[in-house]
Design a protein around this ligand. Structure first.
Ligand code: BT5
Length: 264
């Protein structure tokens, strides 16, 4: 592991250990397995390629070799943090967005619930999964996928939302492990704010599509149209419908309405 390219970039970070794989199925699966064997808090699994990377709702997340970041962290929420479990996915998005903005000058936004967009295209996604022992939370795994090089991008036909990568938006090449380090530092800093109003404010301030009309595809197939108003303290998306009535959505995908839909 000492010869691994990421060794130097992880220096000085308080990780609960780390494992690197050239190729694996899903870093979340390896992190969940490691968690069940007793991985400490903030143990890190990194892969160059995933053959079975997943997104939310059984969707696929594509990780091509040498082109992106795919990593998962084993987190052991404290009892205080356990009151805010639903904030761990947005924590990923808040931390990635902040790292891209502060360290690389990218005008990144958060697409509810936890995608990171640059120039209105998806640059990163987050998937958290939990492991329970009876009714006690045993571990939470926070998985992050970031497109760094153009070669990270799946063919447009595989995308439910337009995608981009860090290098295209920066206009120069970059060491992807530098981005990994920046995100890990940002995650450590923002995790400390998880239960605070500052965290909610950060999410709210950088929410994409504010005051725009969107189409929400909810699980279960019901589609709703609404104008985005913000994030509620429980993490749901707050919207107003065409009759001016407020509503909140807990699960779903946001799409900007096309001009055709707006005219309809
Ligand atoms: C996500 O899901 O965006 C969460 C992605 C989490 C991936 C990480 S990688 C490390 C860890 N290990 C895993 O197995 N997963 C995590 P969702 O919002 O459901 O978006 C999935 C959709 O994004 C797919 O249906 C595609 O349309 C699109 N997609 C797939 N690969 C992409 C990519 N590389 N860039 C942009 N969009 C992609």
């Amino acid at each position: 592991m000492q010869d691994n390219p990421i060794t130097a970039w992880l220096d000085g970070l308080s990780l609960g250990g780390w494992r690197y794989y050239d190729s694996l199925g899903s870093t979340n699966d390896v992190a969940l397995a490691w968690a069940s064997e007793g991985a400490p808090d903030f143990a890190l699994v990194v892969a160059d390629t995933q053959t079975a990377g997943r997104g939310r709702l059984q969707r696929r997340w594509v990780t091509y070799p040498g082109a992106g970041l795919a990593f998962s962290l084993v987190l052991r929420p404290t009892s205080g943090e356990s009151e805010y479990l639903a904030r761990f996915s947005p924590l990923g998005a808040v931390a990635i967005r902040r790292a891209l903005a502060d360290r690389f000058g990218l005008a990144a936004e958060i697409k509810w619930p936890n995608d990171v967009l640059v120039a209105r295209r998806k640059v990163a996604g987050v998937l958290t999964e939990t492991a329970w022992l009876a009714s006690t939370l045993h571990a939470l795994v926070l998985g992050v996928g970031v497109n760094i090089r153009p070669a990270a991008l799946p063919p447009p036909g595989e995308l439910i939302f337009p995608a981009t990568c860090v290098e295209d938006e920066l206009g120069r090449s970059i060491d992807r492990w530098q981005v990994l380090r920046a995100i890990l530092e940002s995650l450590i800093a923002w995790r400390a704010q998880l239960g605070t109003a500052v965290f909610l404010q950060e999410w709210q301030t950088h929410l994409a599509f504010k005051n725009e009309w969107v189409r929400l595809d909810a699980t279960g197939g019901k589609e709703q149209i609404g104008q985005v108003k913000g994030i509620a303290s429980d993490g749901s998306l707050h919207l107003i419908d065409q009759d001016g009535k407020e509503f909140w959505v807990m699960v779903g995908d946001v799409h900007l309405r096309s001009m055709d839909e707006q005219a309809a």
